[in-house]
Structures are given as C-alpha cells and as structure tokens.
Design a protein around this ligand. Structure first.
Ligand code: FAD
Ligand code: DLZ
Length: 515
C-alpha cells in the first residue's frame, strides 16, 4: 500500500465472507490487487449466532486461513483477523470500521451474503456510515433473484420440477438439442432402491490436518468447547485443491451408484454413495456448475448411468437453486412460519442421541461426529419425527442451522421450514413428508436392531413413528384434509374401526408425554 493510494482514497475494501472462498467471487473479480485491500475476519458474531457444530467452525476458519494465504501468494493485500486477535471487535462491521480507520477507503465492496440476517446488518451499517457499500450479486448461483422472480411470478404453485427443466435448458446440462438426454427430464423412480448387503461403499477421502488446521482445532476446542459436536478426528478438505480431489473421488467411485441408493440408509454407514460435497460447494471451494459438468462428463464417458448423473445434477441446479429462490422471495418472515401451529420443544435426544429409536440415534450420533447426515436421514428420520411429534419448527430450524457443516440459512431454512416441517403450508413442496416406520424399514436396516418393533402399530413396543403418523394426520386434519396427496391416507383412517383409532391416538399420546 503506498501513501499516494492513501491520498487518492480510490482504494476499495473488499470484504470476503467465510462462505465466499473462491477466486471467482464477484467482489474479487471486480477488484485490483495493486490497489484494493481484502478483509477476512473470524468474528464471534458469525461464530455464535447459533451454536454451530465445532467441525463447522473449524472447517470454515481453516478454509478461510488457507484461502487468505493463497490470495496473498497471488499478490493480494489481505488483512486477516484471527478470532483471538486481542483487538478483534467481534463483528464484521466492527472489523470494517477498524480497518478503514487505519487505511481510509473510498468504498466497501462485498458479494451479497447468503443470509438475510447478515445482508441487513451490512446494509444498516452502510446507512450510518460515511463510505458507500457496494453489494454485488453472487454469480456462483445460476439463477439470480430477478430470474427466479420472473419464473415464479404469476404461477399459482411453485414446483421444483418445472424450475429445474428451465435450468437444464439454460445450462445445456444433459441436453440433447432441445430434448432432455434419454428422453425424460427425471429418472427419480429408478432412484429408490433400498441398500442391500454386500455393497462396496466408498468413503470420502480423508485429508490429514496440516499445521494451520491443527492450530484452528486448538482454537475451536478452547473457544467453542461447549458447542455441539465431536471435533477430532477432523478430515474435511480445507483447500480448493483437496475439495477437487473429493469431487474426483466421488465421480469415480460413488457416482455410479448415487442414483440407485440415493434414498437408502444403512446402520453404521454414514455416507453411502452420497458426494459429501455440500459444505465445499456452499463455502466456495467448489463451484456448483463445475461439479455438475464433471458429473455430466462421467455420464458421457460411460462411467456413470443416466439415472445417477441426472439425479445428482437435479439436486444442484434444481433443488439447490430452487430453495435459494424460495428463501430470498420470502424473507424476512420465512423462518417464523408455523402453518401447523406446532409448539412442542425440541426433545433433548436431538443433542445427545440418547433414544431407543435406532434410526434417530444413528442420524443424531453421526451428525454429532461428522457434522453430516445425508438427505434421507435429515428428511425422513430427524425431520419426519419432529414434524410428526409437533415440534416447534423454529427450534427445528435452529437445530439444523447449528449441526451441519453445510448449513447456511438460505439453503437450510427452505429445506427445514418448507420441505421437512411443512411450516410454510406448501409453498415449497406439494405435501408434508410424513411417513410411518414402514418407510424407514423399507429403505434401511435400522429396524432390525431397534428396541421397538416396526410391525407393531400400537402399544409400548410399537415403533413410535407408527402411532405418531396417524396422530399427526388427525391433529392437522383441518389444514391438510384438502391436500389431494393425502386423500388416500385420510380415507384409510376413516375406514378404521373406532377402537383401533383410539389405540393409535392413545399410543401417540404416550409417546408424546415421554418426550
Ligand atoms: P448429495 O446427496 O451427494 O447431493 C449432491 C448435492 O446436491 C449436495 O452436495 C447439495 O449441494 C445438493 N443438494 C441435494 N439436495 C439438496 C437440497 N434439498 N437443497 C439444496 N441442495 C441440495 N443442504 C445444505 O447444503 N445445507 C443445509 O443446511 C441443508 N439442510 C437440510 C435440512 C433438511 C431438513 C433437509 C431435508 C435437507 C437439507 N439439505 C441441506 C439438503 C441435503 O440434505 C444436503 O445438501 C445433502 O445431504 C448434503 O450431502 P451431500 O453433499 O452428500 O449431498
Ligand atoms: C458460518 C461462519 C462462521 C462460523 N464464522 C465466520 C466468520 O468468523 N467470519 C466470516 O466471515 N464468516 C463466518 N461464517 C460464515 C457467515 O456466517 C456467512 O457468510 C453468512 O452466514 C452468510 O451466508
């Protein structure tokens, strides 16, 4: 930094957030390494707005430190603030002010934060500040807020499938001219195989912590020792290079079976054929489009079947973009929605895994150990149980936001409030994902070793999901009765003899009283 820079005041302060760790991030693309100054800061406010899992904090701090080092090697002037810097103000806006007090700048530039909370805080700061704030669109996403708005405008119902088809056309991914590869947009019906014995299950590559990561792990242990989760062993990639290696491993080893076993669960198997890439993508170490192009290439080179490649690409250009669109279109207020008026507090076993329900214990304990659970565990085990039991969706939302390494509100809230808890009344999805123990038994081997019997519908030893399923439907009948996708369930209930109905409701009451 030269004194003439200080005088011209043309210099920009480029704020890079912990989940914007990409050389292609919009704010860096517009900046000049010879003139501008990059700010990255570990701050108590971001680390503490929910009780993030220890592994999530360690992942981000280590990835931030590695990225800052890479930027410096590229010739950028990087001002990096560590959490234990004695002058650390504790907030990002405080750190902006501290830096510009020492080095005057003409403007602050940031790529739009992923969370409404932080976007508002920065905008509030800018209103009271004497330097302008430029907030740039996050070009890592395929669909801008405006584009999503155009698509959503005037539609009676928003459904991911139609949005996804537009994203396929716009990206050209798995397109054969104007037609979808293989003649169909969606091969989901091929993607529901339960896991069988004898499958060879690849593990995600394990990166050994280097000196930087070891230092961060010590910091997290000392500063966030009371947060949820097991810190060590820590094996996440913390650089783009290692995240790319994880992508390659996925494409070569797991992708071929990703589709077939996408909805399966197996006791003791934490990852199955899932990619375990979401935390890398969300933090900026991998670009969503490059991940999809790699998967598309695997299909065209004959290394993966179409149902796997299409299923995977749909999760990213379909679901991931769609939930982001829903989030920004409905904030503020979306995280407060409670269509089913559920008020029960979150049971303690969501933190301890201390429950006799084998599927819930497996999902929570691997969440504690890995800061990871795959989609069906999140949706059909912990999410399903919370909705059936009538847990306050805001508490459920805060749990999910805290416990996963990939959790940021823009992606977590629509998945929880919308998809899993139906708290938005059907804005995101067409029906509540409510299921009895039968579904879990079909898709997993958890029930075999469970203290509850999945075939028992009521009574002490019955799988709690069984009576809770009916209790949920009965409890919410006024709100759900007209949903065409629940008509069959309600008519089954209505045909049931009254004493049987009473047994279900009585069993459900007993389960709920014990929570
Ligand atoms: P894979 O199964 O390998 O899927 C590939 C990729 O597709 C993922 O890496 C992810 O980027 C994307 N993806 C898949 N499903 C979704 C989805 N529904 N929404 C958005 N992206 C998707 N995902 C998050 O990234 N952060 C969250 O905080 C989060 N919270 C969730 C909460 C609930 C209740 C549910 C039901 C889902 C949630 N998801 C969340 C979506 C999904 O469960 C995770 O993205 C996935 O489990 C991550 O593991 P993976 O990388 O192995 O995914
Ligand atoms: C999640 C997180 C954590 C734990 N810590 C920081 C931090 O210290 N500094 C930072 O810049 N970002 C952090 N983040 C990510 C932010 O919370 C994230 O950028 C916002 O939630 C917007 O998505």
């Amino acid at each position: 930094m030269t004194s003439s820079d200080e005088q011209t005041g043309e210099r920009s302060l480029i704020l890079i957030l912990g989940d914007q760790l990409s050389r292609n991030i919009a704010a860096l693309k517009r900046a000049d390494p010879d003139r501008d100054i990059v700010l990255m800061a570990e701050v108590a406010e971001e680390a503490g707005y929910v009780q993030h899992h220890k592994k999530k904090i360690a992942f981000l701090f280590s990835a931030m430190r590695h990225f800052a080092t890479e930027l410096k090697e590229d010739g950028w002037q990087v001002h990096y603030v560590r959490l234990d810097d004695p002058d650390n103000s504790g907030s990002l806006t405080g750190e902006i002010d501290r830096l510009r007090a020492a080095h005057p700048v003409a403007r602050v530039v940031v790529t739009e934060p992923g969370e409404y909370r932080l976007k508002s805080a920065l905008q509030d700061w800018a209103e009271a500040s004497d330097v302008p704030l430029e907030m740039l669109q996050d070009s890592r996403f395929l669909c801008s807020h405006e584009r999503f708005g155009e698509w959503a405008e005037g539609r009676k119902q928003l459904r991911m499938e139609y949005f996804y088809r537009e994203m396929r056309r716009e990206t050209g991914l798995l397109m054969d001219g104007d037609e979808p590869e293989g003649g169909k947009w969606n091969f989901d019906h091929e993607n529901r195989k339960p896991a069988e014995d004898g499958l060879t299950l690849p593990e995600p590559p394990q990166t050994s912590p280097d000196e930087i990561t070891e230092e961060v792990l010590d910091l997290v242990e000392s500063q966030f020792g009371d947060h949820f989760g097991t810190l060590r062993p820590f094996w996440f990639a913390v650089t783009r290079e290692d995240a790319l290696a994880s992508l390659e491993r996925f494409a070569a080893e797991a992708l071929p079976h990703f589709g077939d076993y996408q909805d399966a669960m197996l006791e003791g198997e934490r990852f199955l054929y899932h990619s375990v890439l979401s935390h890398y993508i969300n933090a900026g170490l991998l670009e969503p489009l490059e991940v999809c192009r790699r998967v598309e290439r695997a299909y065209y080179e004959g290394d993966a079947p179409l149902n796997a490649a299409e299923g995977f690409i749909r999760q990213i250009i379909g679901w991931r973009e769609y939930v982001r669109g829903i989030y920004w279109r409905n904030m503020p207020g979306y995280t407060e929605q409670n269509f089913l008026e559920a008020t029960r507090p979150l049971p303690g076993f969501y933190w301890t895994a201390d429950t006799d329900m084998a599927c819930v214990a497996a999902a929570v304990s691997q969440t504690r150990d890995e800061a990871y659970a795959h989609h069906i565990q999140r949706l059909m085990v912990t999410g399903n149980f919370a909705m059936l039991a009538g847990i306050d969706p805001h508490q459920v939302h805060e749990w999910y936001l805290a416990v996963y390494a990939d959790a940021y509100e823009w992606v977590e809230a629509p998945n929880v409030i919308g998809m899993s808890q139906y708290a938005d009344g059907g804005l995101l999805g067409s029906k509540p994902y409510a299921a009895s123990g039968n579904y879990i038994n079909k898709m997993s081997d958890h029930c075999a070793g469970c203290r509850y019997s999945v075939t028992k519908k009521t009574g002490e030893d019955a799988c709690p999901f069984n009576p809770l399923y009916w209790d949920f439907l009965v409890r919410n009948r006024d709100k759900l009765r007209n949903n065409p996708r629940l008509k069959r369930a309600y008519s089954t209930w209505d045909r049931m003899p009254e004493p049987r109905q009473e047994e279900y409701l009585d069993s459900a009451r007993k389960v709920l009283d014990q929570l």
